[in-house]
Design a protein around this ligand. Structure first.
Ligand SMILES: C[S@@+](CC[C@H](N)C(=O)[O-])C[C@H]1O[C@@H](n2cnc3c(N)ncnc32)[C@H](O)[C@@H]1O
Length: 266
């Protein structure tokens, strides 16, 4: 098992599950449970623990993708882990796929898609705001330790974007996705899947209208609710608070688009 090295990130985790993402270096770390020297993490393995000067245990773990996306720099709304899991599964990603996503936002979906692709395929992330594209790239780089070779970040408006090879999958997380559907329909191969996430039903209705106009079929929209529970010796019940709403996920399949008048002139 890989031992923790200088400069690496470690997720310090209390016995009650409270977490802190900290760098392994010469500094000390302190919280309400007490203090530890971060250099004592050096050479230890995941799952080991250190004791604070107050005698509390802090477990040492590498951050999971879920841990990471909540601690990375976020300049935009991100897709929550419960939705990322569903998007990746219902998006039915294969390791050789060419995937287009837009916009990249803070890169949460990009990381989930790249994890799913592994070293194969290719993810093209199209983002119209340069500063978001750069921050997301940096988030991706930090998570994977380097920029994945199968990830291209392109600063452009998705409505003007074109690519020579047809994509297998398109993922949209945009404020006005209905304006992008006619453009991405041309980029997606027949039988390819489009997955859209939108927080409002009004957006979903406009997306449906456009999907139908562009020859998509097999449309399905759903939302997911995740209710966390508190479990100990005395009680086992749902927590008082939850993230009750995030967004509606729509999955649609591309069929041959009926020829438009301007297509016929080519
Ligand atoms: C909610 S964020 C995406 C969050 C991202 N899915 C994540 O998980 O981190 C929406 C992004 O879409 C970008 N955007 C909006 N309209 C766009 C367009 N027409 N073309 C490309 N990007 C666009 C915004 O700049 C923003 O970064």
């Amino acid at each position: 098992m890989d031992r923790f090295q200088m400069g690496e990130s470690v997720m310090l985790t209390s016995q009650k599950g409270k977490k802190w993402l900290v760098r392994v270096d010469d500094a000390s770390f302190s919280c309400h449970l007490g203090a530890i020297h971060m250099k004592d993490v050096l050479g230890r393995e995941e799952g080991e623990h250190l004791e604070t000067h107050k005698g509390a245990k802090l477990y040492l773990f590498r951050p999971s993708l879920e841990d990471y996306i909540f601690t990375m720099v976020r300049k935009t709304q991100i897709i929550y882990p419960k939705d990322l899991g569903a998007i990746v599964f219902y998006g039915d990603i294969h390791s050789n796929h060419l995937i287009i996503e837009s916009g990249i936002g803070s890169g949460a979906l990009s990381m989930a898609l790249l994890r799913s692709l592994g070293e194969g395929g290719c993810l093209v992330s199209v983002e119209k705001r340069h500063e978001f594209a750069m921050q997301a790239r940096e988030n991706v780089r930090k998570f994977f330790g380097e920029l994945p070779r199968n990830h291209q970040v392109i600063v452009a408006d998705i409505q003007d974007f074109s690519i020579t090879t047809k994509a297998d999958r398109v993922f949209l997380d945009l404020p006005e996705p209905w304006h992008a559907i006619s453009s991405v329909a041309r980029l997606l191969r027949q039988g390819g899947l489009l997955v859209n996430l939108s927080p409002n039903v009004g957006q979903v209705q406009l997306v449906y209208r456009e999907l139908k106009a562009q020859g998509f079929a097999s449309m399905n929209t759903f939302e997911l609710m995740k209710r966390d529970w508190m479990v100990d010796e005395r009680r086992a019940r749902p927590k008082d608070r939850m993230i009750a709403h995030t967004g509606f996920i729509t999955v649609a399949k591309k069929t041959p688009v009926p020829l438009q008048s301007d297509d016929m002139e080519e």
